[in-house]
Design a protein around this ligand. Sequence first.
Ligand SMILES: *Cc1c(COP(=O)(O)O)cnc(C)c1O
Length: 357
Amino acid sequence: MADIAVTLADKRGTLPADDKLGFGKIFTDHMFVMDYETGKGWFDARIVPYGDFDISPAAMVLHYGQAIFEGMKAFRTEDNRIVVYRPVDHLKRFNNSADILSIPQMDVDLLHAGLNKLIEIDKDWVPQSLGTSLYIRPFVISVDPFVGVKVADEYKLLIILSPVGAYYASGFKPVKIKVEEHFVRAVKGGLGEAKTPANYAASLKASEEAQKEGYTQVLWLDALEQKYIEEVGTMNIFFKIDDEIITPELNGSILNGITRRSVIQVAQDWGLKVTERRISIDEVYAVHAEGRLQEVFGSGTAAVISPVGELSWKGKNIVINNNQTGATSQKLFDYITSIQQGRVADKFGWIGEVTKI
Ligand SMILES: *Cc1c(COP(=O)(O)O)cnc(C)c1O
């Protein structure tokens, strides 16, 4: 495996108090960087002081958006170990996104080693109190100075780290969601299964309008018929109906969430029936009318579990579980976060250890 050169920062910053962290605003002292050129492959894996870097105004990513990213978390356990949640699964998905965007494949072992080394160097930035974590953002951008559409020949890969506060500082609060009837997020055969900036750009207008109308986020329906449920905001979505857990099946336009996988595996392990299938918004409203819709929740790295308390579709609102967090949502949140923070045994082998301090 290629060596990872390290250049340490002259000055180190300090981790703010846990209640001042927020999300995605504070960055650590170092970052991992690697370059790619056609004919040469990925080269020059290195850890350098965190900071701005130069790219050409003609860099292709600025014009055509050929880029991908990941989002995962590291935690400091009560016994002071630093662990990463499902790092290899995230890095494999990074390569899947790369494939979809015609970006060259990366060496997962090298990235994993680089990530662990980076976290170890910046270990003082990993917060400890309940709910806090170190958010990890790997990304690749195309950097050839070229104005013209083609697959790029030069890329830059970076991993940056950001200590983040507890998502639910004052406990769970079920969110109010608008079922989107006009805009769509992704189409089959498009980029929906990739973590790529384009999908987020495509979601902004709908989110902005929903927020103006008093909703937290939108629930996306399929692009063709606007009938089948895809995702909620930037999370996967689950329904509990007649004690069965149902989530839309992966179809190419839905992001293959790692938290989604965790939820499915844990729920099955608890003996719950879990089904991945198409589910229409009509069905959700119908089972709600019959009193059979018990819970709705989103899943994603940032929030882990996000209970949905209210849905609005074509001007008709439904309230789920009296706008209270459901028992299964709460139990999944408690259990998955306990694995992440090393409070219960890692029976699924999801924890990657960085270092014991
Ligand atoms: C990242 C993401 C998710 C959630 O995936 P996790 O791996 O659970 O964080 C869901 N939907 C979209 C669109 C995403 O980008």
